[in-house]
Each structure stands twice: as structure tokens, then as C-alpha cells.
Design a protein around this ligand. Sequence first.
Ligand SMILES: *Cc1c(COP(=O)(O)O)cnc(C)c1O
Length: 483
Amino acid sequence: MYSNPLTPSVTLVASAKQAAKEQVFDTKAIQKLDSAHYLHPFTDFKDLNQKGARVMVRGDGIYIWDSEGKKILDGMSGLWCVNVGYGRTSISEAVYKQMETLPFYNSFFNTTNVPAVQLAAKLVEISPAQFNHVFFTGSGSEGNDTNLRMVRRYWDLLGYEKRHTIISRHNAYHGSTVAGASLGGMGGMHAQGGLPIPGIEHIGQPNYFEDGRGMTEDEFGLKAASWLEEKILEVGVEKVAAFIGEPIQGAGGVIIPPATYWPEIQRICDKYGILLIADEVICGFGRLGTWFGSELMGIKPDLITFAKGVTSGYIPLGGVLVGDRVANVLIEKGGDFNHGFTYSGHPVACAGALENIRILEQEKLVEKVANETGPYLKQQFATLASHPLVGFANSVGLVAGLNLVKTKAANIHECELFDASANVGMICRGHMFNNGMIMRAVGDRMIIAPPLCMTKIEIDEMVGLIRRCLDATLDDLKKKELV
Ligand SMILES: *Cc1c(COP(=O)(O)O)cnc(C)c1O
């Protein structure tokens, strides 16, 4: 008979961590194998093969280490996801125990599993009042595919078979599956593979720095929201199913909308009875100092996409919070919803998520972002605006961005920008990377989304590091005669 004592896991985890610290890596050999066999996401394969990938080997708190032993401050929480920071033994243990108990079972054939049930109940507890149901997926992209099919099914069940069009925004990111990439507004993605699919429309984004010239922020917020109403009327109300948007656009460059924007979007959705989908894959789980970004924006979405922070990236999981308006129709009208994934409600991923949420609650990380670290980052990050390269800097909670400009101006719309072909953002990113700081470049906007466990002292360290890297970038640009 097979019996496995669950207690040795602590030792097991501790020894794995110790071994990783002591291990010596042959970086060149790993890079060679990497180039030979591993096609990376969103990557120019040929270019990477020439340079060789940086090999990350371990993490602890807000830091990661590469195979050469170099310590790096991870200002991006991996990819917007490691909210509780690296090295959380209790998550490894929760996952280990679940793997030992029941590593997998599906939820297709009138079966369920305990972690999935517990997690669904927990998500209902921490989410806004209109949410009482959850649909699980393996990722954020699959969550948005689910949204597309679910809102169309909703309108079909109500007898409005024409209401299938979903309106989204240019420069939105909603994932990389066919529906996700179509809903998203990334030109580079639409240029490949014949996207977007039919039934999806895009309007402009609420990007005050780029498009708000001649208006106050509040005026521009209303203007940008009015594009939704124009599009609804152009498509025809009888054809519009839903509007989808990230409370704050992440991959698009941390675009923080004016305060007037989201309430006006909500008003327009209500006026025409269309569903509102908040893609909270980044904004969920404390990033903005609220459990969900919609709460901060004062909106009441019908559906919320989640992923990333739900497990702090320790294990893949995503899904959709389904509000009562949609859930009640799907449930009461009956009939199969012909959609789902092998790993919907995966017990191991759900066990990891439960422990991750327990940490967020126990350490009051969401409240800390709202009351301590978020306001402190805002204050410190704003000091970077005095740097000669920075034309505009802003933040909310623990997400922030700054625009690199050639010449500064008191009115942000009068800054002189760099030529896009100079790739100044990428040059800056290089200096960050080489000096132990991960800050991402979206065009010439440099962005961060650090782990929510970051302390004020670590914020000082990070902002100091960013300032030094901006200095190094400026020196380099002078040498290259770009400034
Ligand atoms: C990352 C992201 C997604 C896609 O999630 P995956 O898990 O990569 O599929 C969707 N929406 C937003 C807002 C994201 O940031």
C-alpha cells in the first residue's frame, strides 16, 4: 500500500533552496541549448540566438538571481504576477501536499474537487458584491476566450442572436490566443495570422500624454469615453454585446486613465444595456491597493478576467468572475455551455491560489499598498520627474511609468519626443538590466509593477537604482548624440 507522510515537505523545500544557492551553472551551455531548442514567446528568435538569453535561476522576496550569481531587483514581479514575492515556502508546501493527495481530476462530468470549490468561494468573498460565480481557466488569455463565448451565449439565451460584437481599445492587451489577441489592440499582433477575428471593434485608448493635447485630464477622460458611444451607434446598438477594458492598461505601457473616464464608460454601458468586462489580470489581487481595480475606478463590471496575481505566478491559473446578471441567465435558462479546459479548476493550481490569497490577507498586503507603500511609491517616483530625461511620471498603487523625452516642457504635451527608430526605451532598459534593475520599456515609456510585499526601504533602493540607471542612459545618449 502506498502511503506518503506529508511532513518531510518543509525539509524538502529548504534543501531545494539551499541547493539552488550553491549550484554552479554553465551559462554558455544553457544558452546554447536554449537557442537550439526553445522558441521564446514574443521574441525575435534569430536575434536572441545571437545574444543568448539571460538565465534566471532563483528568487527571494523582490530579488532574482541569474546563473552568473548576479542579484537583480525585479521591478516587474516576473511578468506582473509575483505579487507576494519569491520564495514563499508555504505556497510550495500547499502545492506539494495537493499533488500528493490528488494531483488532478477534471470538473467536466458532474465531478468537482475540494480546492476548486474552496477557491471559488474565496474569490466570491473577496470580490465585489455582484459576483457569486467563477469559471476557471489555465490563463488570462483563456479567461478572455471564455468571456467572448460567454457574453455571446448570454445574448443568445435572451433571444438577441445579433448582439455578438465586442468593443475593445487600441493598445489593449487581452492575451495571445486567437480571441485574446483579437480583443487586444496590439498592431503587431494583428499583423500576424489574420487577426482580429470578425465581431470585434476597437476604439482609442485614454492616453492623456499622447492624445490629450489642448484638454484638461478630466475633459480628455470624457472625450475618450465618448468614443465608445460613437462606436456603439456606428455598429448599431442591436449588435453590441459588451465592452472590454483593463482598468489600467498594463502591457500597453501603464496607461492610467483620467478620473472621469471609467464612470463615463459605465454610464454609456448602462445607457445601452451592454455588458462591461473588466480585464483585471494585472489590476486584480491588490496591484492598485484594492482587491480588484474596478473598485478603485468606481465601476461595476458584469465579468472580471483574472490570472497572474491569483497565484502570484507560482503555478498557472486564470478565470472569469461571473456577475449575477450573466450567471443568472446561464443557470436559469439551462442547457450546456459547450466550453471548458482540461485544467479548469485544477486542484493543484487552486491549492496554490488559496495559499497565495491567505498570504495577501494575513500580511494585509492590499491595505498596505493602499495606505503605505502605494502613496510612498507615488511620492518617490514623482521625484524622478525632475530628471532631465523624464517628461512625465505617474503611478497608482504599485504600478508606475515614466516617459523618456528629448526635451522637457512644463506642459507635458510640449515635450520633444525621441525618434522612435532610436529605440531609446530599449537603450534605457539595457542600462537597467545591466545595473541589477528590471524595468520594462514600452516604446519610450519605462514601467514597473514590483511585488506587493515591497517595503518602503526597498522602494527607496529601487527609485535610487532607477535614477542611477537614468543617469547612465543620459550619458550613453549624449555619446550617441541622441540628446
Ligand atoms: C497577461 C495578460 C493577459 C493574458 O494572460 P496569460 O496568462 O498570459 O494568458 C490578459 N489580460 C491582461 C490584462 C494581461 O496583462
